[in-house]
Design a binder for this molecule. Sequence first.
Ligand code: ADP
Ligand code: NI
Length: 214
Amino acid sequence: MQIYIEQTADFVRQRLANAEAGHDWWHIFRVWNNVKTLLQHTQADRLTCELAALLHDIADSKFHGGDETLGPRIAGEFLKSIEVDVPVVNHVQDIIANLSYKAGLGRVTFHSKELEIVQDADRLDAIGAIGIARAFHYGGFKNRTLYDPAIKPTIHQDKETYKNSTAPTINHFYEKLLLLKDKMNTDAAKRIAQERHQFMQQYLEQFYREWEGN
Ligand code: ADP
Ligand code: NI
């Protein structure tokens, strides 16, 4: 079992060698670590969870012309090539497809404990200190301002208009990051999210204090 995980980690590390920093190998590494932590508190199939965490961003549709089927397909082909059992391969593909479908189309097509864990692990990497770093990194990449007191946050229904929005990065906290703690599936993730949430709130308070010069 461990050999499958190691071979998959090597494959993903190589494939993401030149990836953008929000979705690079280190994002995968952190999500993988989050999965291991959540598995200490939640019963689920370890191999499925770890393989899905490792392969979940192998071909993000954002960078592949919106093709949502590419990620599951590449993951499936790789896992079959190293002779992982077919039911596990299928389950990993369902998890990856559902993570992106859910994010992209708001459509739930599949459900399992393992999906819940990987989804929580991915969402945990969007909040707390790492979440703050990723948000400002993304904002810089899109050339957004840090903050503008005149531009109020709005809740976006449609992911595409959101991606093209020019709102300041601080707005992203209200539009997404501060909402994530209530979206966690497992109790363990809820506890970790609570801590990371408080850290973001503290960060924002200090940000506004410094904005005013005190
Ligand atoms: P995922 O692939 O997990 O759905 P995204 O691709 O939406 O995540 O975002 C990757 C990272 O960039 C996340 O940490 C997210 O919070 C951040 N990000 C996404 N959209 C914005 C935005 N409008 N402003 C700032 N950060 C953003
Ligand atoms: Ni991810």
